[in-house]
Design a protein around this ligand. Structure first.
Ligand SMILES: Cc1cc2nc3c(=O)[nH]c(=O)nc-3n(C[C@H](O)[C@H](O)[C@H](O)COP(=O)(O)O)c2cc1C
Ligand code: SF4
Ligand code: SF4
Length: 262
Protein backbone atom coordinates (compact mmCIF):
# COMPACT_ATOMS: atom_id res chain seq x y z
CA UNK A 1 0.00 0.00 0.00
CA UNK A 2 1.33 3.42 -0.92
CA UNK A 3 2.03 5.58 2.11
CA UNK A 4 2.56 9.34 2.08
CA UNK A 5 3.87 11.04 5.21
CA UNK A 6 3.44 14.80 5.05
CA UNK A 7 5.67 16.61 7.54
CA UNK A 8 6.65 20.01 8.82
CA UNK A 9 9.69 20.65 11.00
CA UNK A 10 11.83 23.59 12.04
CA UNK A 11 14.34 21.96 14.40
CA UNK A 12 14.13 18.33 13.30
CA UNK A 13 12.02 16.64 16.01
CA UNK A 14 9.08 16.01 13.69
CA UNK A 15 11.33 15.08 10.77
CA UNK A 16 13.05 12.47 12.94
CA UNK A 17 9.67 10.98 13.88
CA UNK A 18 8.45 11.08 10.26
CA UNK A 19 11.58 9.27 9.09
CA UNK A 20 11.27 6.59 11.75
CA UNK A 21 7.62 5.96 10.82
CA UNK A 22 8.59 5.89 7.13
CA UNK A 23 11.10 3.09 7.78
CA UNK A 24 8.24 0.84 8.95
CA UNK A 25 6.68 0.84 5.47
CA UNK A 26 8.06 -0.68 2.28
CA UNK A 27 6.53 1.91 0.00
CA UNK A 28 6.58 5.25 1.78
CA UNK A 29 7.34 8.79 0.76
CA UNK A 30 8.11 11.77 2.98
CA UNK A 31 6.66 14.98 1.61
CA UNK A 32 7.44 18.44 2.97
CA UNK A 33 4.28 20.44 3.71
CA UNK A 34 5.86 23.85 2.87
CA UNK A 35 6.80 22.45 -0.56
CA UNK A 36 3.26 21.15 -1.17
CA UNK A 37 1.90 24.59 -0.27
CA UNK A 38 4.36 26.33 -2.58
CA UNK A 39 3.58 24.01 -5.52
CA UNK A 40 -0.15 23.87 -4.69
CA UNK A 41 0.24 20.13 -5.21
CA UNK A 42 -2.76 19.00 -3.15
CA UNK A 43 -4.04 15.86 -4.92
CA UNK A 44 -2.34 12.63 -3.75
CA UNK A 45 -3.35 9.01 -4.28
CA UNK A 46 -1.88 7.40 -1.19
CA UNK A 47 -3.65 4.51 0.59
CA UNK A 48 -2.16 5.47 3.95
CA UNK A 49 -1.64 9.13 4.81
CA UNK A 50 0.24 10.60 7.77
CA UNK A 51 0.69 14.13 9.09
CA UNK A 52 3.73 14.73 11.33
CA UNK A 53 4.33 18.22 12.71
CA UNK A 54 5.12 20.18 15.90
CA UNK A 55 2.47 21.43 18.29
CA UNK A 56 2.18 25.23 18.26
CA UNK A 57 0.04 26.83 20.95
CA UNK A 58 -1.68 23.54 21.65
CA UNK A 59 -2.52 23.08 18.00
CA UNK A 60 -0.58 23.02 14.75
CA UNK A 61 1.49 25.51 12.75
CA UNK A 62 -0.81 27.78 10.76
CA UNK A 63 0.62 26.44 7.52
CA UNK A 64 -0.15 22.85 8.57
CA UNK A 65 -3.75 23.85 9.24
CA UNK A 66 -3.90 25.48 5.80
CA UNK A 67 -2.38 22.36 4.22
CA UNK A 68 -4.82 19.91 5.88
CA UNK A 69 -7.75 22.06 4.75
CA UNK A 70 -6.46 21.92 1.15
CA UNK A 71 -5.06 18.40 0.76
CA UNK A 72 -7.11 15.94 -1.29
CA UNK A 73 -6.41 12.25 -0.58
CA UNK A 74 -9.47 10.41 -1.92
CA UNK A 75 -7.93 6.89 -1.76
CA UNK A 76 -6.77 7.16 1.85
CA UNK A 77 -8.06 4.24 3.94
CA UNK A 78 -6.06 5.10 7.03
CA UNK A 79 -5.08 8.61 8.14
CA UNK A 80 -2.82 9.17 11.13
CA UNK A 81 -1.21 12.18 12.80
CA UNK A 82 1.77 12.44 15.12
CA UNK A 83 2.55 15.75 16.80
CA UNK A 84 5.87 16.44 18.50
CA UNK A 85 5.82 18.86 21.42
CA UNK A 86 8.04 20.43 24.05
CA UNK A 87 5.93 19.77 27.14
CA UNK A 88 4.01 16.93 28.78
CA UNK A 89 0.69 18.74 28.50
CA UNK A 90 -2.06 17.12 26.45
CA UNK A 91 -3.80 19.21 23.83
CA UNK A 92 -6.84 19.07 21.51
CA UNK A 93 -4.94 19.03 18.22
CA UNK A 94 -6.26 15.64 17.11
CA UNK A 95 -9.88 16.77 17.44
CA UNK A 96 -8.91 19.86 15.42
CA UNK A 97 -7.48 17.68 12.61
CA UNK A 98 -10.46 15.36 12.72
CA UNK A 99 -12.80 18.34 12.31
CA UNK A 100 -10.84 19.52 9.27
CA UNK A 101 -10.87 16.04 7.71
CA UNK A 102 -14.60 15.66 8.26
CA UNK A 103 -15.08 18.58 5.92
CA UNK A 104 -13.68 16.22 3.24
CA UNK A 105 -15.86 13.29 4.46
CA UNK A 106 -12.80 11.66 5.98
CA UNK A 107 -11.65 11.04 9.52
CA UNK A 108 -8.48 10.74 11.53
CA UNK A 109 -7.99 7.10 12.58
CA UNK A 110 -5.03 7.54 14.88
CA UNK A 111 -3.44 10.48 16.68
CA UNK A 112 -0.48 10.70 19.03
CA UNK A 113 1.32 13.60 20.75
CA UNK A 114 4.98 12.91 21.61
CA UNK A 115 7.07 14.99 24.00
CA UNK A 116 10.48 15.76 22.47
CA UNK A 117 12.47 18.95 23.19
CA UNK A 118 11.09 22.48 23.57
CA UNK A 119 12.21 24.79 20.74
CA UNK A 120 10.04 27.85 21.49
CA UNK A 121 12.82 29.98 22.93
CA UNK A 122 10.64 33.05 22.47
CA UNK A 123 9.06 31.78 25.74
CA UNK A 124 11.07 28.89 27.21
CA UNK A 125 14.65 27.56 27.24
CA UNK A 126 15.27 24.30 25.38
CA UNK A 127 16.09 22.59 28.67
CA UNK A 128 12.98 23.80 30.49
CA UNK A 129 11.82 20.23 31.05
CA UNK A 130 15.23 18.58 31.44
CA UNK A 131 18.38 17.72 29.54
CA UNK A 132 17.42 17.64 25.84
CA UNK A 133 19.44 14.49 25.10
CA UNK A 134 17.80 12.61 28.00
CA UNK A 135 14.36 13.80 26.88
CA UNK A 136 15.07 12.47 23.38
CA UNK A 137 16.15 9.13 24.86
CA UNK A 138 12.85 8.94 26.78
CA UNK A 139 10.96 9.77 23.59
CA UNK A 140 12.35 6.84 21.58
CA UNK A 141 10.13 4.10 23.13
CA UNK A 142 7.11 6.37 22.72
CA UNK A 143 8.00 6.84 19.05
CA UNK A 144 8.48 3.05 18.77
CA UNK A 145 5.01 2.42 20.21
CA UNK A 146 3.46 4.93 17.78
CA UNK A 147 5.23 3.22 14.86
CA UNK A 148 3.88 -0.13 15.97
CA UNK A 149 0.35 1.26 16.41
CA UNK A 150 0.46 2.84 12.96
CA UNK A 151 1.95 -0.24 11.27
CA UNK A 152 -0.94 -2.32 12.69
CA UNK A 153 -3.42 0.41 11.70
CA UNK A 154 -4.64 0.95 15.23
CA UNK A 155 -7.65 3.20 15.61
CA UNK A 156 -7.67 5.33 18.79
CA UNK A 157 -10.76 7.40 18.19
CA UNK A 158 -12.50 9.20 19.79
CA UNK A 159 -9.88 11.82 20.68
CA UNK A 160 -10.18 13.28 24.16
CA UNK A 161 -10.14 17.01 24.78
CA UNK A 162 -8.48 18.59 27.84
CA UNK A 163 -9.04 21.83 29.74
CA UNK A 164 -5.48 22.96 29.00
CA UNK A 165 -6.09 22.13 25.32
CA UNK A 166 -9.20 24.32 25.27
CA UNK A 167 -7.31 27.23 26.90
CA UNK A 168 -4.49 26.75 24.37
CA UNK A 169 -7.00 26.98 21.50
CA UNK A 170 -7.86 30.55 22.56
CA UNK A 171 -4.16 31.44 22.72
CA UNK A 172 -3.68 29.79 19.32
CA UNK A 173 -6.31 31.98 17.66
CA UNK A 174 -4.79 35.20 18.96
CA UNK A 175 -1.26 34.03 18.05
CA UNK A 176 -2.37 33.29 14.46
CA UNK A 177 -3.73 36.85 14.20
CA UNK A 178 -0.28 38.19 15.19
CA UNK A 179 1.72 36.17 12.65
CA UNK A 180 1.91 39.04 10.13
CA UNK A 181 4.02 41.11 12.53
CA UNK A 182 5.63 38.41 14.66
CA UNK A 183 9.06 38.78 13.01
CA UNK A 184 9.22 42.53 13.82
CA UNK A 185 11.41 41.96 16.88
CA UNK A 186 13.92 39.72 15.09
CA UNK A 187 17.32 41.41 15.13
CA UNK A 188 20.82 40.47 13.99
CA UNK A 189 23.74 41.09 16.32
CA UNK A 190 27.21 41.75 14.89
CA UNK A 191 28.89 38.57 13.66
CA UNK A 192 26.72 37.47 10.75
CA UNK A 193 28.93 35.50 8.34
CA UNK A 194 26.40 35.78 5.47
CA UNK A 195 26.19 32.00 5.16
CA UNK A 196 22.50 32.28 4.10
CA UNK A 197 21.47 29.27 6.20
CA UNK A 198 18.65 31.31 7.75
CA UNK A 199 17.41 32.14 4.24
CA UNK A 200 17.55 28.51 3.14
CA UNK A 201 15.80 26.91 6.13
CA UNK A 202 12.84 29.30 6.16
CA UNK A 203 9.60 27.43 5.30
CA UNK A 204 7.97 30.57 3.92
CA UNK A 205 10.87 32.25 2.08
CA UNK A 206 10.51 35.12 4.50
CA UNK A 207 14.19 36.11 4.65
CA UNK A 208 16.43 37.99 2.22
CA UNK A 209 19.99 39.15 2.79
CA UNK A 210 19.97 42.95 2.56
CA UNK A 211 23.03 45.11 3.23
CA UNK A 212 24.95 42.03 4.36
CA UNK A 213 22.47 40.66 6.87
CA UNK A 214 19.06 38.99 6.99
CA UNK A 215 15.87 41.00 6.71
CA UNK A 216 12.42 39.60 7.43
CA UNK A 217 9.34 40.47 5.43
CA UNK A 218 6.27 39.71 7.55
CA UNK A 219 5.41 36.23 6.25
CA UNK A 220 6.60 34.38 9.33
CA UNK A 221 5.27 31.18 10.94
CA UNK A 222 7.16 31.86 14.21
CA UNK A 223 8.86 28.46 13.78
CA UNK A 224 12.20 29.92 14.97
CA UNK A 225 14.06 27.72 12.48
CA UNK A 226 16.22 30.67 11.37
CA UNK A 227 17.20 31.39 14.98
CA UNK A 228 18.07 27.78 15.85
CA UNK A 229 19.96 27.13 12.60
CA UNK A 230 22.20 30.20 12.60
CA UNK A 231 25.75 28.90 13.17
CA UNK A 232 26.83 32.25 14.65
CA UNK A 233 23.80 32.47 16.97
CA UNK A 234 23.42 36.13 16.05
CA UNK A 235 19.68 36.16 15.37
CA UNK A 236 17.76 37.26 18.46
CA UNK A 237 14.20 38.17 19.39
CA UNK A 238 15.02 41.53 20.95
CA UNK A 239 17.12 40.73 24.02
CA UNK A 240 14.96 37.78 25.08
CA UNK A 241 16.94 35.02 23.38
CA UNK A 242 20.44 36.35 24.12
CA UNK A 243 22.55 33.65 25.73
CA UNK A 244 19.85 30.98 25.28
CA UNK A 245 20.86 27.61 23.89
CA UNK A 246 19.86 26.73 20.34
CA UNK A 247 18.64 23.28 19.35
CA UNK A 248 18.51 20.96 16.35
CA UNK A 249 17.63 17.26 16.73
CA UNK A 250 20.99 15.40 16.80
CA UNK A 251 20.03 13.00 13.99
CA UNK A 252 18.92 15.75 11.65
CA UNK A 253 21.36 17.79 9.56
CA UNK A 254 20.84 21.43 8.62
CA UNK A 255 20.79 20.22 5.01
CA UNK A 256 17.71 18.09 5.79
CA UNK A 257 15.89 21.16 7.09
CA UNK A 258 17.01 23.22 4.08
CA UNK A 259 15.81 20.42 1.77
CA UNK A 260 12.38 20.63 3.43
CA UNK A 261 12.06 24.34 2.68
CA UNK A 262 10.32 25.42 -0.53
C1 LIG B 1 5.41 28.82 17.85
C2 LIG B 1 5.65 27.64 18.73
C3 LIG B 1 4.67 27.27 19.65
C4 LIG B 1 4.83 26.13 20.44
N1 LIG B 1 3.82 25.77 21.29
C5 LIG B 1 3.94 24.64 22.02
C6 LIG B 1 2.87 24.22 22.86
O1 LIG B 1 1.80 24.84 22.93
N2 LIG B 1 3.04 23.10 23.60
C7 LIG B 1 4.19 22.37 23.56
O2 LIG B 1 4.29 21.36 24.26
N3 LIG B 1 5.22 22.73 22.74
C8 LIG B 1 5.11 23.84 21.98
N4 LIG B 1 6.14 24.23 21.13
C9 LIG B 1 7.37 23.38 21.05
C10 LIG B 1 7.37 22.46 19.84
O3 LIG B 1 6.12 21.85 19.65
C11 LIG B 1 8.41 21.33 19.99
O4 LIG B 1 9.65 21.81 20.33
C12 LIG B 1 8.47 20.51 18.70
O5 LIG B 1 8.96 19.22 19.00
C13 LIG B 1 9.35 21.12 17.61
O6 LIG B 1 9.31 20.28 16.49
P1 LIG B 1 10.28 20.45 15.24
O7 LIG B 1 11.69 20.24 15.77
O8 LIG B 1 9.88 19.36 14.31
O9 LIG B 1 10.09 21.80 14.67
C14 LIG B 1 6.02 25.36 20.34
C15 LIG B 1 7.02 25.75 19.43
C16 LIG B 1 6.84 26.88 18.64
C17 LIG B 1 7.93 27.28 17.67
S1 SF4 C 1 11.47 33.84 9.36
FE1 SF4 C 1 12.43 32.38 10.79
S2 SF4 C 1 10.83 32.02 12.31
FE2 SF4 C 1 9.83 32.97 10.57
S3 SF4 C 1 9.08 31.26 9.32
FE3 SF4 C 1 11.11 31.81 8.52
S4 SF4 C 1 12.52 30.46 9.62
FE4 SF4 C 1 10.58 30.43 10.74
S1 SF4 D 1 22.37 32.06 9.43
FE1 SF4 D 1 23.25 33.57 10.83
S2 SF4 D 1 25.32 33.88 10.07
FE2 SF4 D 1 24.19 32.88 8.41
S3 SF4 D 1 23.36 34.57 7.16
FE3 SF4 D 1 21.80 34.06 8.64
S4 SF4 D 1 22.20 35.45 10.37
FE4 SF4 D 1 24.03 35.44 9.12
Amino acid sequence: MRTGIFYFTSTGNSLHIAREIGKAYKESELISIPQVLKDKDYFHEYDIVGFVFPIYYGSMPELVDRFIRAVDVPRAKYIFAVASKGSKMKFNVMTHIDRLLQEHDQELSYGKEIMMVENYIRKFPVDKFGNPMLLLKDAEPVIGKAINDIATMENNRPFKTTVIGTIAEYLYNSWVKKLGTIDKKFVVEPGCIQCRICVDVCPTNNIEIEDGEPAWSGNCQDCLGCIHSCPSKVIQIGKKTQGMKRYIHPEIQLKDIMDSAP
